[in-house]
Ligand binder design. Structure first.
Ligand code: CA
Length: 369
């Protein structure tokens, strides 16, 4: 065996052994494309769904561009555009699919109009948390399903960060029974919003920039956003009475990078691996940054702003869970593909919950003894 082939087989063997091989963009090309022998420079555009300079989510995109430039020795540069700077935020998917930009950043549930199963690659109410989602995507078969779902759009997805468990939202009235949702005007997008409708609330669509005034003026009675760091920046603590937990509707939202497959395949192998590696690094950084910042801002909200933190009671959560199952089953009923992905997601969740229950839950319980 030549040294080059030996190194290649060691690398691929090592990746296969750790299970990472499943998320390589195109492992079968390994060794067939010249890597660092070329001086050719690549300049890519990344269109994102985040407002320009958006903390953590937008920052992650800038960091990816920086890391790709550094890892490639300057051969590859990616210019990052905030939502609306090059194309409107929610046109990022189509723009990259058509190849007008080479890559994008968003959240899979934005594309559920095109891919009914897309929310399973982001988050669903009472679904998996960040650790479980990463485990499913990287090592549990989730990535293969995700890749297949995006292949029809000539896109390759990569996990691109996770918010961790979000907060349940800001409310101006107490929620003591499921009846208290009746008639409530709440900003909660996506599947969570559908669950709210099911229990009698009105899910109202409000753009991020108008949320504060909508809540302040009573256009809405409640809103969810992300977690303490971003919620503090929005200033909701100044105008809402109660801050509820847990964020049952978004237990660990997985972000994404998506790359035009033709453009990705046309890169030398080392640059393909560099992009994948940078995405994975952002994926890790983002969750850790969310946790680090939420720790500080949760404390600030409670200690400096005396925010009234409430926990949804068991009866409310049990009823929301029943409504969620109805909504999810309805959502996948029209699409065999979505049904298949829902089944795979649920199977993995049920298996990993068996383990999380006797590991994480028992450990956290022991801390409170
Ligand atoms: Ca949210």
């Amino acid at each position: 065996m030549k040294r080059k082939d030996f190194v290649k087989s060691m690398v691929l063997g090592g990746l296969a052994a750790t299970g990472i091989v499943g998320c390589r963009p195109k492992p079968e090309t390994a060794g067939t494309t010249p890597s660092v022998q070329t001086k050719k420079k690549y300049r890519w555009k990344m269109v994102t769904t985040w407002p320009p300079g958006f903390p953590v989510l937008g920052e992650g995109c800038e960091m990816l561009a920086q890391w790709v430039k550094e890892m490639s020795g300057g051969r590859m540069e990616i210019k990052v555009y905030g939502g609306g700077e090059l194309v409107p935020a929610l046109e990022a998917f189509e723009t990259v699919s058509e190849g007008s930009a080479q890559m994008g950043s968003g959240c899979p549930y934005y594309w559920s109009g095109k891919i009914p199963a897309a929310p399973f690659f982001a988050t669903v109410p009472f679904g998996m948390n960040a650790q479980q989602m990463n485990s499913w995507i990287f090592c549990g078969g989730g990535y293969e399903l995700w890749k297949k779902a995006y292949a029809d759009f000539n896109l390759v997805p990569f996990a691109g960060g996770n918010t961790g468990v979000q907060m349940g939202g800001w409310y101006n009235k107490e929620i003591n029974t499921i009846e208290d949702f009746k008639g409530l005007k709440i900003r909660m997008p996506g599947i969570g919003g559908k669950v709210m409708e099911k229990v009698g609330a009105s899910a109202i669509l409000v753009a991020g920039g108008e949320l504060y005034t909508s809540l302040e003026r009573g256009v809405i009675d409640a809103t969810e956003w992300i977690g303490p760091y971003h919620d503090h920046r929005m200033g909701f603590h100044k105008i809402a009475k109660h801050y509820y937990t847990p964020g049952w509707h978004e237990p660990g939202t997985n972000m994404e990078f998506f790359v035009n497959k033709t453009k990705l395949d046309s890169l030398p192998l080392d640059l393909q691996v560099i992009i994948e590696t940078a995405c994975t690094r952002v994926n890790q950084w983002m969750l850790l940054e969310f946790e680090a910042k939420n720790r500080i801002y949760y404390k600030k909200l409670v200690e400096e702003h005396h925010v009234d933190v409430r926990v949804f009671n068991k009866d409310i959560l049990a009823k929301l869970k029943v409504a969620t199952t109805e909504v999810l089953e309805d959502m996948v009923s029209e699409s065999p593909e979505a049904k298949k992905i829902y089944a795979a997601y649920r199977k993995y969740q049920s298996e990993i919950n068996g383990w999380s229950d006797i590991s994480e839950r028992q450990y956290f319980t022991s801390l409170n003894i």
